[in-house]
Design a protein around this ligand. Structure first.
Ligand SMILES: CC(C)(COP(=O)(O)OP(=O)(O)OC[C@H]1O[C@@H](n2cnc3c(N)ncnc32)[C@H](O)[C@@H]1OP(=O)(O)O)[C@@H](O)C(=O)NCCC(=O)NCCS
Length: 180
């Protein structure tokens, strides 16, 4: 059996844990019923709960690989799963990765994503041992740019027309953090 490097994480207000089949309903109701909210995080719309549920069913196979780092963000006070964060595009040869994050539109303006991402970055650098972390952010996504900058990420470059939603292309800013 492969060693599972995934770890549950905890912050003052949040618990970050694996997502299971039962979380699909909550995540759909909190995030994935609103394409306009999540389009800069995931560019394909889900047309029904069942369609989204199918994706969540796949997560357990991905976790079984032992190096799949996707956390559900649970608000401790309510027990609700209110967001997602993940480490993806892992480049083991060069020891870097990318991160993604989303919080429910019903729970924004509380800096919940910032709190979760800060903990995930600590895990990525100090537990997994990555040297470099990138966040690719659509230029129009002001709140995400603020989040990245508030965590000390630096604007490194802009990818022209690298993100496509339906028939429109968007530029992405590459924000980077190096291990100190
Ligand atoms: C980008 C995103 C993750 C940021 O979430 P977050 O870190 O929780 O950020 P918040 O919503 O708390 O912060 C946004 C604003 O609320 C403010 N805020 C935070 N706590 C507040 C409070 N208690 N009262 C009022 N305002 C507050 C922040 O200061 C910020 O305001 P500002 O724009 O005036 O500076 C979230 O907007 C999101 O999920 N967006 C959709 C998905 C997405 O785009 N993901 C990123 C893809 S790269």
């Amino acid at each position: 059996m492969k060693e599972d490097k995934f770890k549950e994480l905890e912050t003052e207000r949040l618990l970050l844990r694996k997502i299971n089949d039962k979380d699909a309903r909550m995540l759909f109701d909190n995030i994935y019923n609103n394409f306009d909210w999540y389009k800069f995080y995931y560019q394909l719309p889900f047309h029904s709960f069942e369609e989204y549920q199918q994706l969540v069913f796949n997560y357990k196979n991905w976790y079984a690989n032992g190096n799949h780092f996707r956390w559900g963000i649970v608000e401790k006070s309510s027990g609700e799963m209110i967001g997602l964060i993940q480490i993806h595009s892992k480049d083991e040869l060069n020891n870097n990765c990318k991160i993604g994050y989303i919080i429910s539109y019903q729970y924004n303006k509380k800096e919940y994503a910032r709190e979760a991402v800060k903990e995930m970055i600590h895990f990525a650098f100090n537990v997994i041992g990555y040297h470099r972390i990138d966040a690719e952010i659509v230029e129009e996504n002001v709140d995400s740019i603020k989040l990245a900058e508030s965590l000390g990420m630096h604007l490194e470059s802009t990818k022209q027309e690298s993100y496509k939603i339906e028939n429109q292309y968007y530029n992405q800013k590459v924000y980077t953090l190096l291990k100190k």
